[in-house]
Write a protein that binds this ligand. Structure first.
Ligand code: G6P
Length: 612
């Protein structure tokens, strides 16, 4: 969602804030703003991107060594200059940036109006900053205490940073349900909603925990307390990624870079966790929970978006290999539908960011009902990782492009290991087969590299279909979730309507859509049910649909039927999603570029969805 950055120290704050906002822009990007303290409060806000903000900033007024900045993803109020953050309190003394939603803002707003406050924006954030001001006035207390009291009155989720005109030596930050990290430099501090704006300056960070606030002073001192006013001390952690990892490294877009990083990302996610030659799998992070996982009577996989698609592949893998029942749930549905969960269940929560609000809430419910939570996250130290009993990081490295690519393939790689390990424990896989699959898993990065060589061919196909208004993606078995993910990639970055469907289910509806204008992407690498998918291709052909088929190298039957053939290397069927997704990512990427879309920051989307 929104991106937050703050600085206090000896350096010029403005360049740090602007650069930080650019690094955070992937989180949300409909407007941006900055507040600086330099004698008075200087505020710049603008609808649009950070570059639009830069254009209106008067550099004669940016000399300051304390400030806050924000990129917004609108929740309350349309994205315009007024609704952009920071928001000022009525007196103009307090500025705030906020990520999240204040649910009871309307009641608080009415009360504040009665007390003489007027509001300029439609945001819940302006309500919060005025509430803080009102509390400080009525309680005659310090600003940090007023922040604490005010936050105890609001319902909702937030990460905030507060700047006080009357105290240019202090920043106040707080979180509930939305991440905040403090970077610790030499007599200087950085605050941000994730570590990407910080890594350039320091590797030492402290993560604020739920319902905590920090008072950060210019003299190099900071303190952290709970919103209940209990003092806390946190270990200083070292960031595990480098600046290069969050830069484009010669690629035109983060998405393309991340597609190409998949071979390495998968290697990183498997490293030290398996050995094909010796036939072992070892997932650290399970600690004392290993036996509970081994004995689970059922797995429930919960996630959102692309992570939900890898969950679906997880279901196929775990049921197929380990013969344990699995359910896959959209976290947003699971959390509100009173699900049946017991202490014999293991809930696998999959999340790239580790911050998705619905997934976090689903975890809370499952925990209340005594299930064991196994988190599969990419971002180290993220909220979901910390809320889980046991967990494994995917180690994909920072994913900046809003459309998830390498996070997806590493999630699948990891869940393949989970399924194989379970199968070993349950004795549902012969050792020879286990070794074969592990050897093949080791080969996957090389086979993805081979698949990436098809980029130019896929670009040509993209040029033919870039103006299509609809796309259908069809697959069976392990390739069905890939069809869903391929369709999602296309719609999120190119704005072409696309649907993924199980190939055989097509005749119950989508077949009605097929005519000579409908491109249909078939995932047809299946060994089992190959003849069935050939029949589905025939059905589309008979209705004059345009067929783009992803097939195994050397395929002859589908070649004769399809308009375009994308030949990918052969692999074990259970591993095929790791290969077949790659051409679909590239197809979506090229089509979006040809349509002039911003692939890294598609409209209306955010990388990390920290609101419901
Ligand atoms: C957003 C992102 C998607 C992502 C989904 C779940 O919608 O744009 O790419 O798949 O959230 O995010 P998570 O971080 O939980 O995997």
């Amino acid at each position: 969602m929104c991106g937050i950055v703050g600085y206090i120290g000896k350096k010029e704050a403005y360049p740090i804030l602007i650069k930080g906002l650019k690094r955070l822009e992937y989180r949300g990007y409909d407007s941006a703003g900055i507040a600086l303290l330099n004698g008075g409060m200087t505020l710049f806000k603008k609808a649009g991107k950070v570059s639009d903000l830069e254009k209106i900033v008067n550099r004669d007024h940016t000399t300051a060594n304390i400030g806050i900045g924000h990129t917004r993803w609108a929740t309350h109020g349309e994205p315009n200059d007024v609704n952009a953050h920071p928001h000022l309190s009525q007196s103009g003394d307090i500025a705030i940036i906020h990520n999240g939603i204040i649910e009871n803002y309307s009641a608080i707003k009415s009360e504040l109006k009665k007390r003489g406050y007027t509001f300029h924006s439609d945001t819940d954030t302006e309500v919060l900053v005025n509430l803080i001001e009102e509390v400080q006035k009525t309680e005659k207390t310090t600003l940090d205490n007023a922040v604490r009291i005010a936050l105890n009155e609001v319902v909702g989720a937030y990460a905030i940073v507060v700047l006080n005109k009357n105290n240019p030596d202090q920043l106040i930050a707080a979180r509930k349900g939305s991440p905040l990290v403090i970077g610790i430099g030499e007599d200087e501090f950085y605050i941000a909603s994730d570590a990407s704006p910080i890594i350039e300056y320091t590797q030492n960070v402290v993560y604020l925990d739920e319902q905590e606030y920090a008072v950060i002073n210019r003299n190099g001192q900071y303190s952290i307390r709970t919103l209940g006013n209990v003092e806390k001390s946190h270990e200083i952690k070292k960031l595990e990624f480098s600046l290069e990892m969050i830069e484009k490294g010669g690629f035109e877009h983060f998405m393309l870079k991340e597609i190409y990083e998949q071979p390495k990302a998968i290697e990183d996610s498997l490293r030290g966790r398996m050995n094909a030659h010796q036939g072992w799998i070892k997932l650290g992070g399970l600690n004392e929970y290993q036996s509970r996982i081994d004995k689970a009577e059922r797995f429930i996989i919960t996630a959102c978006g692309t992570s939900w698609h890898s969950g679906l592949i997880g279901e196929y893998l775990i049921e197929d290999l380990a013969r344990v029942p699995v359910e896959v749930e959209y976290a947003s549905e699971f959390r509100y539908r009173n699900p049946i969960i017991s202490d014999k269940d293991v809930v696998i929560a999959i999340s790239q960011s580790g911050e998705t609000a619905d997934t976090l809430a689903a975890i809370d419910i499952a925990k209340e009902r005594q299930a064991l939570i196994y988190g599969v996250c990419n971002v180290i130290g993220s909220s979901i990782a910390r809320a889980s009993h046991a967990g494994s990081y995917t180690h994909a490295g920072p994913e900046i492009g809003v459309a998830s690519t390498k996070a997806f393939s590493t999630q699948i790689s990891l869940i393949t290991l989970v399924a194989l390990q379970l199968a070993m424990v349950k004795g549902t896989i012969p050792t020879s087969k286990l070794r074969e699959i592990l050897y093949e898993l080791e080969n996957i990065p090389r086979k993805i590299e081979e698949t990436l060589l098809l980029d130019a061919q896929i670009k040509e196909i993209a040029a033919i279909y870039k103006d299509a208004t609809n796309f259908l993606y069809l697959g069976r078995g392990y390739n069905f979730p890939v069809a869903l993910e391929g369709a999602l990639k296309l719609k999120e970055i190119s704005y072409i309507h696309a649907e993924g469907y199980p190939a055989a289910e097509m005749k119950h509806g989508p077949i009605a859509l097929i005519d000579e204008n409908m491109p249909v992407v078939f995932l047809a690498t299946n060994k089992s049910a190959y003849e069935k998918i050939v029949s589905n291709v025939q059905e589309v052909k008979a209705r004059k649909g345009k067929i783009i088929a992803v097939v195994t190298k050397g395929d002859t039957q589908i070649r004769e039927l399809a308009d375009h053939i994308i030949e990918v290397p052969e692999t074990e069927e259970i591993l095929s999603p790791l290969i077949t997704i790659v051409p679909l990512q590239l197809l979506a990427y090229h089509i979006a570029i040809m349509r002039g879309c911003n692939v890294d920051q598609p409209r209306n989307l955010a990388k990390s969805v920290t609101v419901e």
